[in-house]
Design a protein around this ligand. Structure first.
Ligand SMILES: [Zn+2]
Length: 112
């Protein structure tokens, strides 16, 4: 089980929180103070899966907390399932994209 993980709790307990996008490899510390200022201290990061805003990246961002050497995703089984569903979709989407690209390339090749 993951704790409630409100922004206020993470700040008070001094827990390092990071964000990851598996798709583009983006990794950064989360500015908890900024989120608290915008969303309030009661805003929970558990099961938050915002879309990556990095260029045209199609990934979903996951949050992770770090306690000593232990790192933990802020996901319940339900959130983890949502992330998995997105990953599955992305995999299929990329397969379709590469198939289309191959078809376009084949059309450009002069017929013999
Ligand atoms: Zn990304």
């Amino acid at each position: 089980m993951i704790p409630r993980c409100t922004v206020g709790e993470l700040i008070d307990e001094g827990i390092r929180t990071t964000r990851h996008c598996e798709c583009c490899g983006d990794f950064a510390d989360v500015d908890l103070q900024r989120i608290a200022a915008v969303k309030g201290r009661d805003f929970s990061l558990a099961d938050r899966l915002p879309f990556c805003t990095n260029g045209d990246c199609l990934g979903m961002i996951r949050f992770q907390i770090h306690r000593g050497l232990r790192a933990q995703w802020l996901l319940t089984p339900e959130g983890a399932a949502r992330f998995q569903a997105h990953s599955d979709w992305l995999f299929t989407y990329r397969q379709v994209q590469s198939r289309r690209a191959a078809q376009r390339a084949a059309r450009r090749t002069p017929q013999t």
